[in-house]
Design a protein around this ligand. Structure first.
Ligand SMILES: O=C(O)C1=C[C@@H](OP(=O)(O)O)[C@@H](O)[C@H](O)C1
Ligand SMILES: C=C(OP(=O)(O)O)C(=O)O
Length: 438
């Protein structure tokens, strides 16, 4: 059960005075930015990231790579159009210390990179990072030839004793607690002497679109990857050793961070346009077009972006979210305001995210008068008339944005520590106010 944290600053979530009608420019994807940084750091030539996300998770990733010797210059692009990061992969060096904060992508993607460095890399992070599973990465790296000092719990803190190279080869892991274990091994795989063959042997694997994102981005920088989808065995991914190209990559908007704004259109019966919504993407947030349509909206994807319109009615939904777990808090918030019950399934692994999201959503929605129960792998949400109160966020950015969605429709909701949105969307309070003023 999530315990109630001490109150920090309270942010009065704005109540919508009517239907929203806004265009919201959403910053770059966390998942794409952090993969792009890792791949550029492992490449054999310089690369560029255009419109990267600047948030706690991505700045921690950049800082960690810099600590290992990678040169990352942040600036404005050659054509003057927005922010561009230039990555100069100048070798991976230790000793170094990496602060992972509470970023799953940093704590999972970087130990394999550290194994390629020429000295010890110490990993530490927020208290919650000690509780998030890392055993799949630690055990696999040992099988692949790395030396790691940890305290035996399969979690942070730890030191990877980089030896300048790693054998690589075949490895079996149970990635049912996080798809990031698979992504982590694949991302560095081209740089292992024998490449890598990752075989998942546990229960069902969550967040498959994020593994597809890893594979697509590896292929885009020249790696050869065999996957279950490309005719390989189920649950087996193979990466051939080889040099990676430096690319000039424009980062897509973060579609999971578009979620609260789309939800605002849904719950107020308004309209929100998200420019630059990609026509083809591996981001899980793309599933919102279908999920929020089933919950009462309509959407149109044009060359300009996504236009999403609420009908005024909000319906409950019965949905398996195993592929798109990070969307759960926002869907739960909308479901709490719906005209019929919802069942959200397939997301037991959310107990291991920034906080135990199933416990936290249940507790916080119920404290506003809701009727939510936890199941083994999700939530039952029976909408009831809600009232104001403090919505605790447990240092979870998606709890904060979920609370803001409820606050649009329920007066007197106060979000504790809205600043925690800085993990992936530092401008959230201003963007939210801007949407309501538009
Ligand atoms: O690889 C990624 O970028 C992510 C994978 C998913 O992790 P899990 O598989 O641990 O849920 C997702 O929830 C997280 O927000 C980002
Ligand atoms: C689970 C999430 O993050 P992380 O990358 O820290 O796992 C998330 O952003 O919802």
């Amino acid at each position: 059960m999530a315990t109630t944290p001490a109150h920090t600053a309270l942010w009065p979530a704005p109540l919508a005075s009517g239907a929203v009608d806004a265009t919201v420019h959403v910053p770059g994807s966390k998942s794409v930015t952090n993969r792009a940084l890792v791949l550029a750091a492992l490449a054999s030539e310089p690369g560029w990231l255009r419109r990267p996300l600047r948030s706690r998770d991505t700045l921690l990733m950049a800082e960690a790579l810099r600590a290992m010797g990678v040169d990352i210059e942040e600036g404005v692009g050659p054509d003057g159009t927005g922010e561009t990061w230039r990555v100069l992969p100048t070798g991976l060096h230790g000793p170094a210390t990496v602060d992972v904060g509470n970023a799953g992508t940093v704590m999972r993607f970087l130990p394999p990179v550290a194994a390629l460095a020429d000295g010890p890399i110490r990993f530490d992070g927020d208290p919650r990072s000690y509780e998030r599973p890392l055993n799949g990465v630690i055990d696999a790296l040992r099988v692949l030839g790395a030396r790691i000092d940890d305290d035996g719990r399969g979690a942070l803190p730890l030191t990877v004793h980089g030896g300048g190279a790693l054998d690589g080869g075949p490895v079996e892991i149970d990635a049912s607690s996080s798809s990031q274990f698979v992504s982590a091994l694949l991302l560095s795989g081209p740089r292992f002497n024998q490449g890598v063959e990752v075989r998942h042997i546990g229960g069902s694997l969550p967040s498959l679109p994020h593994i597809r994102m890893t594979v697509d981005m590896l292929r885009a920088v020249g790696a050869q990857v065999d996957t279950p989808e490309s005719g390989g065995e189920p649950n087996v991914w193979r990466v051939t050793p080889g040099a990676l190209l430096g690319r000039d990559l424009t980062i897509e908007p973060d579609l999971s961070n578009a979620q609260p704004f789309l939800a605002a259109a849904l719950v107020t019966g308004g309209k929100v346009v998200i420019p630059d919504w990609p026509s083809r993407t591996t981001q899980p947030g793309d599933r919102l077009r279908e999920i929020f349509t089933e919950m009462g909206g309509t959407c149109e994807l044009t060359e300009y972006g996504l236009e999403f319109t609420g009908s005024g009615a909000v319906h409950g939904i019965d949905v398996d979210l195993s592929e798109v777990g990070e969307l759960t808090p926002g869907i739960a918030a909308v479901a709490a305001l719906a005209d019929s019950p919802s069942t959200l399934r397939g997301v037991a692994h959310l107990r291991l995210h920034e906080t135990d999201r199933l416990a936290a959503l249940t507790k916080e929605i119920n404290e506003l008068g809701g009727d939510v129960t936890e199941t083994a792998d999700g939530l039952h949400i029976r909408p009831r008339k809600l009232h104001g109160g403090i919505f605790h966020t447990y240092e979870d950015h998606r709890m904060a944005t979920a609370g803001a969605i409820i606050g649009l429709a329920v007066g007197g909701v106060q979000i504790e520590n809205v600043a925690t949105t800085a993990k992936t969307l530092p401008d959230f309070p201003d963007m939210w106010a801007g949407m309501l003023e538009a």
